[in-house]
Design a protein around this ligand. Sequence first.
Ligand code: MSP
Length: 500
Amino acid sequence: MKKKYYITTPIYYPSAKPHMGHAYSSISTDFIARYRRLEGFDVEFVTGTDEHGQKIQKSEKKKNLPPLDFCNKISKVFLDLGKVLNLSNTDFIRTTENRHYKTVQKLWKILEEKKFIYLSKYSGWYSISDEAFYSESEIIDKENIKLCEATGSIVEWVEEESYFFKLSEFQDILIKHYEDNPDFIQPASRRNEVISFVKDGLKDLSISRNSFKWGIPVPNSKDHIIYVWLDALANYLTASNYDEENSFWPADVHVIGKDILRFHAVYWPAFLFAANIPLPKKIFAHGWILSGDEKMSKSKGNILDPIEIIEQFGLDEIRYYLMKEVMYGLDGKINTDNLKNCINSDLANNIGNLSQRIFVLINKHFDCNVPDPKILSEQDNNLINFPIENLKKTMSNFEIHNYIREIIAYSSRINKFVNDEEPWSKVKNSDPRVGAILYISLNALKNIFILLHPVMPSKAEHYLSCLNIDKNNISLELINQNLSVGAELKMPGIMFKKYI
Ligand code: MSP
């Protein structure tokens, strides 16, 4: 039986249309999911929408629609974007679904039975935009407006009866968990941030609201709904059928943006410890996609529409650009000039050109069949054999950008080899070495496209189908298994367009 792997994206607020930052979160998660499939895992990959809370209720009012109608509309936009992005998710969860109500209410009851919940009164700052409670020390005053310093979002003073979760009891348990599991939060810089936040002391957390109704009701309470983050985090349990046999829970990794680390690395493990449910193995916080020097976000009005860019440059090209140029874990600026440079230099001039040169010769001189190399030297074999162990190491640290860089470096080596060997001259003299040069390059291209499958699934599937590799058989096992001599090939055509 295949080993299981469970990976999740954050679930998105359907309060506004998705932008490039959301697309980035999803594409990078898809990359990891697809890579694990190449390694042979049975991957459950969950994404979806986070539909309750004041933020949604407020935006719903703007459009004069009842909350659920509004959510149905925008949740579908996220669902459709997933198709445009060619995500390989196995589930799309909406927190307004019945299956999720059941999980959240059950989790609440467990926490209540275990005496981690009590009724009191909350008075403090709340940001609707972040759906987060902030302490006085996190607030600044800017021209008489109170803002959360870290996120820049407006906060308001809230005083209401609320149920509390005894978060303060989990400080030592959490610190011990971070120390015993150094890879629980990645990258390491984020881990240090979380540890210092927890070491500063944890206060009990308000986990219900009673001033509006759009949420999952607290069991046996007329007035309270469950805090939207407790509701949202539990989606990871719902989607994995966590309490059933053969469930995918615990998650191997929750991929999130760095702005929502506190919820995932502090509150979420504390809830799970309290409920005696196993913890996810890892939280990976990626950086932000910046527009200029600022986070891309609707409130800043600096968003790039993924659909428009994809229409202009192609999906696989955009996926490639984002995954290679933004170092995974750090912020990254994106713009169309860099995008064009990246497509031209890596895709069109490097991989595309290599493929084009090789296939023209194979077609003309070998009837479009895999050439016979006759003799291969040790050096030749070293060129074909891709150093897969290095790549595996980069992926165990989630260094997606380095994974891609290794592949490009390999493609450059093969291009240099072809330049040095000049098969186009040798063919004129019927030099028997031509078969070997083309055979080496062709097998290298096979390796390149297998390894690029997580980042450019459609292009890779097309290319590999021309080499008689079916999309369902693409796997790391085929790396360094050479193509059969004499097998008939199809011309892949021009793979990448150049931009001026
Ligand atoms: N609903 C919560 C998540 C709940 S998960 C249990 C939420 N939603 S969100 O729609 O605001 O953000 C979803 C994800 O998109 C977050 O991981 C966030 O970091 C990411 N991004 C939003 N803007 C972004 C960029 N400009 N760049 C990269 N990712 C960003 O938070």
